[in-house]
Design a protein around this ligand. Structure first.
Ligand code: DSN
Length: 445
């Protein structure tokens, strides 16, 4: 253990929390001991600016071997065509997206991504105008003066929303928006769209308006690697992803594209955006990618989706409304507008009960992102623990109990609400039951 007691104590507390609570944030997962060892390895000491065989520092013989192996594994995992390659150096998903923008676009070009409150991502061009009511039937969003992400500061942005009735994409509408605004880049993917995306149709739209098509598969990368969700590889012009969600391969990002484009993307990463790559993170990704090639990973990914779908049907029994009526993936979004508690209070109450989730916006959102109408839940981590349908039944019942117990305090200010939850013996009982369940599915910490 670490000798610095102050840090060691904090780490121990985090370990206990992870061990004894149910982590149900869909963008999180628990990595194997091997992935964690690789991340903690001596590779963290080395500077390796440049690419395989072409570094600006000496002593990179083994970094080269590692990076090459990671690229080869990524090619295999995502079944890349012969003329495609991979950049493994982006430090995070947002950097990976920025590297793509820097490669394909000029400042001031127009990019088109999914509307953030419907489930898009900040790095896909988010900006907003505070306190401006949205017309529910207007499916185009032109952003506002608060250009909170670099992608909206340097590009013109247009965003597509989901259909207000189905909460799904209306591809004809997306095509209409693209034809009207002629973006140079169209982006799909995000953080809370629970359905598979029709990559073929999106590519068709991009081709029709002469745009590049970027598929950001950060959330579903592991499901795609396992063949449980459809892949945009061979369809989109570029694919980006983070490696730590469903892919379960440590923290970092991958960029996939044809070899010519990857050469340019490599230059956008360095010197464009970053200094030396995090070789230790790449080591973790390499081990994690290796693990996805085991047959058990396919089973894992398939069970992750089954668990999420079962969670939807169990929650529906308690009259929880599920955005889009279900899920094709590892995540679900509960529309809480028919319940006494909205996202902020419900997420905090669940945490006291031992279930970690996050508040989230949803299609047709009328509340602020600080207290949105939905709760986002995911199954990647609990499935890694080995939980299946019978555990999901218990979890759904606990989620409902927390809503029922805490409804009586829904009118209280947040701090008073939290105090009531904190001192509730009924919530403490659920937390104990959650802990017991977790002890039956121990994490190898
Ligand atoms: N933070 C990620 C998520 O939770 O979905 C997206 O970047």
């Amino acid at each position: 253990m670490i000798k610095d007691q102050e840090v060691a104590n904090i780490i121990r507390k985090e370990e206990n929390k992870q061990q004894f609570k149910l982590s149900m944030i869909p963008s999180e997962n628990f990595f194997s001991a091997d992935v964690r060892k690789a991340v903690g390895s001596v590779f963290m000491h080395k500077y390796a600016e440049g690419n395989v065989g072409k570094r600006y520092y000496e002593g990179n013989q083994f970094v080269d071997k590692l990076e090459l192996l990671t690229i080869e594994r990524a090619k295999k995992v995502f079944s890349l065509p012969e003329n495609w390659s991979v950049n493994v150096q982006a430090l995070a998903g947002s950097n990976a997206n920025l590297a793509v923008y820097l490669t394909l676009l000029n400042i001031g070009d127009t990019i088109m991504g999914m509307y953030l409150p419907d489930g898009g991502h900040l790095s896909h061009g988010w900006s907003y105008e505070p306190k401006v009511e949205q017309n529910p039937n207007e499916l185009t969003y032109m952003g506002g003066s608060r250009k909170v992400n670099i992608s909206s500061k340097i590009f013109k942005t247009v965003q597509y929303k989901t259909n207000p009735n189905t909460q799904l994409f209306n591809y004809d509408e997306i095509e209409r928006i693209a034809l009207e605004h002629k973006p140079k880049l169209i982006i799909t993917g995000g953080t809370a769209y629970p359905r598979e995306i029709d990559y073929q149709r999106m590519k068709q739209i991009a081709e029709k308006v002469g745009a590049y098509y970027l598929a950001d598969i950060a959330h579903e990368a592991g499901l795609i690697a396992a063949g449980v969700n459809k892949s945009p590889v061979g369809i989109a012009d570029v694919v980006t992803m983070t490696t730590h969600k469903t892919l379960r391969a440590g923290r970092g990002a991958l960029i996939l594209a044809n070899k010519e484009m990857i050469k340019k993307i490599n230059r956008s990463i360095l010197p464009g955006l970053q200094g030396g790559p995090f070789n230790h993170s790449i080591a973790g990704i390499c081990v994690g990618l290796g693990e996805t090639l085991n047959p058990e990973f396919k089973e894992y990914a398939s069970q992750t989706v089954k668990n999420a779908q079962f969670l939807c049907s169990e929650l529906q029994k308690y009259n929880f409304q599920i955005v889009s009526g279900g899920t094709d993936k590892h995540l679900i979004l509960i529309d809480l507008t028919n319940k006494p508690l909205l996202g902020k209070k419900f997420a905090r109450a669940l945490d006291y009960a031992g279930i970690i989730a996050n508040m989230n916006t949803m299609p047709q959102e009328k509340q602020s992102p600080a207290n949105p109408s939905a709760l986002r839940l995911g199954t990647p981590w609990i499935t890694t623990r080995g939980m299946k349908e019978s555990e999901i039944t218990l979890i759904a019942a606990w989620i409902n109990q927390v809503m029922e117990i805490c409804s009586q305090w829904n009118e209280l200010e947040f701090a008073d609400f939290e105090n009531k939850v904190k001192s509730s013996p009924e919530i403490a009982t659920i937390a104990n039951q959650v802990q017991e369940l977790c002890m039956n599915f121990p994490l190898e910490i």
